[in-house]
Design a binder for this molecule. Structure first.
Ligand code: ZN
Ligand code: ZN
Length: 90
């Protein structure tokens, strides 16, 4: 059930995530990288994604913390839509 046996034959792959420098190894490294980049693991060991408040510039590491901040400090209406994208592009 494991694919690790393939690695013994010399077909070992290692690929580096260009987002967080995590090294992924194994026969499915390429596929895992795609999945890794979408997961929360990406960036957890390297640089983090920051969410800056567009109104006062305060920086948070989590989008929900920024939303919280917006509600508390800027009085955003409770029915305000979330950010349209996953994250603001820098
Ligand atoms: Zn990554
Ligand atoms: Zn703010």
């Amino acid at each position: 059930m494991t694919d690790l046996t393939q690695a013994q034959g010399g077909t070992e792959f290692a690929i580096r995530c260009d987002n967080c420098n995590t090294i992924l190894t194994g026969a499915h490294a390429v596929g895992n990288l795609t999945r890794h980049k979408r997961s929360l693991k990406c960036g957890s060991s390297g640089q983090r994604k920051d969410y800056a408040c567009p109104r006062c510039g305060k920086v948070y590491h989590r989008s929900d913390a920024l939303l919280n901040h917006n509600r508390k400090h800027h009085g955003a209406p409770p029915g305000a839509p979330r950010y349209p994208g996953q994250s603001p592009e820098s």
